[in-house]
Design a protein around this ligand. Sequence first.
Ligand SMILES: NC(=O)c1ccc[n+]([C@@H]2O[C@H](COP(=O)([O-])OP(=O)(O)OC[C@H]3O[C@@H](n4cnc5c(N)ncnc54)[C@H](OP(=O)(O)O)[C@@H]3O)[C@@H](O)[C@H]2O)c1
Length: 267
Amino acid sequence: MNRIRGKTAVVTGATAGIGEACVLALAERGARVVLLGRRRDRLDAVAARATAQQRGETGGQAGGGALVYALDVRDRAGVAGFADWLSREGIAPDVLVNNAGLARGLDKLHEGSAEDWDEMIDTNVKGLLDMTRALLPGMVERDAGHVVNVGSIAAHVVYPKGNVYAATKFAVRALTDAANLDLVDTRVRMSSVDPGLVETEFSLVRFRGNAGRARQTYEDVEALQPEDVADAVCYVLNAPPRVNVQRMIVMPTVQRSPFVMAKRLAQ
Ligand SMILES: NC(=O)c1ccc[n+]([C@@H]2O[C@H](COP(=O)([O-])OP(=O)(O)OC[C@H]3O[C@@H](n4cnc5c(N)ncnc54)[C@H](OP(=O)(O)O)[C@@H]3O)[C@@H](O)[C@H]2O)c1
């Protein structure tokens, strides 16, 4: 059964990687999608592909369109402006996928940079909080809705030099758990999908555009693909209203923990 068709889903970080894959997977299942991210050209390109999915040109199911809104989730006033824009457009989102996020650098805590810390905390924690604060009240008022936070295995196991990134994802885990307590007397659900290694632009961002270093992360490893995480997000969203998948950990088969990873298995 497809419970995603006809829903309106806001996806942050929709210009690349997991967010882009979520947009396409939701569009394919017939959702109307609202794409957020900073890079306008990429938003437009992903929206065009989502619309093609909805028209059934690539096997998708008819849906309600794709809208784009260029936004830095660290801009608190900008997030409030986005919520106002949604109201003016008469859009009441059924789904929020809080996916925008990043890691910056890979340093020992005592050698880390305060700028990198700020960027991770402001995006991964405060950006997610502000988006949630902006859209969740409407869901509570309508007594319907679902927020899916893209967390990480780093919310469960800390790895060397992953200190502040892990702290932000531990925070997302705590916020997901806490919000679920606050939402107990509503039909609004909150979930986190926590992946292991996914092959995206994540490492390119972490290493500030150093493509060689980024490539090493995925060399000889059969990492998850963004579509695998999007599938998990769709599973969570498609569950019957009585089911709240509060947390789902999705790992590559070759990675059983951040510390236990096999090289690419022979076919
Ligand atoms: N890749 C992995 O191994 C992995 C594993 C576990 C969890 N995750 C999590 O998955 C999520 C998505 O990461 P990804 O792997 O798909 O990385 P990615 O390919 O680098 O995509 C990151 C997305 O986040 C957006 N973003 C970053 N900062 C933003 C900001 N300040 N405002 C608005 N959008 C922002 C980017 O858009 P713009 O640059 O256009 O704004 C981009 O669309 C993150 O929360 C990450 O922590 C990733």
